[in-house]
Design a protein around this ligand. Sequence first.
Ligand code: FES
Length: 105
Amino acid sequence: MARMIVVDRDGKEHEIEAKTGLKIMEILRELDYGVAAICGGLCSCATCHIYVDEKWVPLLPKRQSDELDLLNELPDFRPATSRLSCQVDFTESLSGIKVTVAADS
Ligand code: FES
C-alpha cells in the first residue's frame, strides 16, 4: 500500500492508504469527500478534477490533448496544477502525493 494526502472541498487534509496500479480517480471516488467521476474515466465529464501539489507535478506524465481540452473549459482551471484524476495512474513513485479535490463546476 502507498499513501496519498487528499484535501477535501472544505480544506481538510486526509491521509489515506491506497493501492498502486489504479487511476487516482478510482481511489478518490471511493471516498465520501472524493470525486464523482461520472463518466467513469472516459475523459468526458471533468468531475474528477483535482489540483496536484506543485512539488509533485513534475513527476506526473504530461497531459494529453483531450485532457487539456476538457480542463480548458473549466472556470476553475489552474494551468500549473489541474489534472483530471482519471488520466493519472497512481504508482509507487507517487506515494505521498498531495491532491486537492476541485470544486464542482
Ligand atoms: S472521470 Fe470523467 S473525465 Fe475523469
